[in-house]
Design a protein around this ligand. Structure first.
Ligand code: NAG
Ligand code: NAG
Length: 263
């Protein structure tokens, strides 16, 4: 830990000789805390659905647009993603591997700004989450590669139990997961990830916090310079078990803030 800090300091010092030090220290707000105050602020900072469309590897098909807010709702500075059981979906199975049957309509959004960690640009990504933990509910707040896969890092991933999973994927099989206990009462708790390029200019350190306490430190191999999408979604079943709820499930998120150090 102490050596890591010294290394970081040296790295900043070396860069400081090339790039003006004040530029490195400055922080830029990429997403401000009020992005869920209205549909107009939502659409300024976020786009509807996943970057690749409506389907992924669970049983929910995402639905929403500037004229359809039945599953993606904002107001009072809070985003609500709402999953409802669906019948006779068209097409009946997900277009994404492993093509599960669709059982729900739900909501997803992704940040319009991509996140690329470099020596000059670290990121802090935080928010407050009321996450359902019932079997078959699979809410998430996560980063995934724009080109290829991985990188992936999960800042919030709840897989149908009373735990949040902090995960970093080096490959599909080399994954570090740290679980933190998460209350089942739908109370809001904060989570945060601080992403910093390592001195080798290849790997990214990810420090994960819950309620302002550092809970896990992970390292993503080769994540430096790779653009990432930030996604908020309420997926269902899949990794979270099945069957999921027969009624409506709501995942609430507020005060999401993304800041970038450097230019
Ligand atoms: C992923 O790669 C980083 C950088 O090489 C390494 O520090 C970390 O331990 C790796 N993660 C796993 C789960 O092996
Ligand atoms: C679903 O895909 C995500 C990444 O896109 C991956 O992290 C997860 O392990 C996959 N889960 C299943 C059940 O396929």
């Amino acid at each position: 830990m102490i050596f890591g800090k010294i290394n970081n300091f040296v790295a900043v010092g070396v860069l400081g000789a090339i790039v003006a030090a004040p530029a490195i220290r400055a922080a830029t707000t990429v997403i401000p805390s009020n992005s869920f105050s209205s549909y107009s602020t939502l659409e300024t900072y976020w786009a509807y659905l996943y970057p690749w469309g409506s389907d992924h590897n669970g049983s929910a098909r995402m639905k929403g647009s500037s004229s359809d807010h039945s599953n993606i709702v904002v107001g009072s500075n809070t985003l609500s993603l709402i999953a409802t059981p669906t019948s006779n979906p068209v097409p009946p199975t997900s277009s994404s591997n492993p093509h599960p049957a669709i059982h729900y309509a739900s909501g997803a959004i992704h940040a319009k700004s991509q996140i690329t960690v470099t020596q000059a640009n670290g990121y802090t990504i935080s928010g407050e989450f009321s996450a359902p933990t019932a079997r078959g509910t699979w809410p998430a707040f996560w980063l995934t590669a724009v080109n290829g896969w991985p990188p992936e890092a999960d800042i919030g991933e709840w897989k149908g139990t009373n735990n949040n999973w902090f995960n970093t994927f080096n490959t599909s099989s080399i994954v570090r997961s740290d679980l933190v206990a998460w209350p089942s009462d739908l109370s809001f708790h904060s989570i945060k990830a601080v992403l910093t390029a390592q001195p080798n200019n290849a790997d990214v350190k990810l420090e994960f916090y819950m309620d302002n306490t550092l809970r896990a430190t992970q390292y993503g191999q080769g994540f430096v310079g790779k653009p990432l999408w930030l996604i908020v979604n309420l997926q269902m079943e899949g990794s979270a078990g099945s069957p999921g709820p027969s009624g409506t499930t709501t995942y609430k998120v507020r005060n999401v803030v993304v800041t970038r150090t450097g230019s």
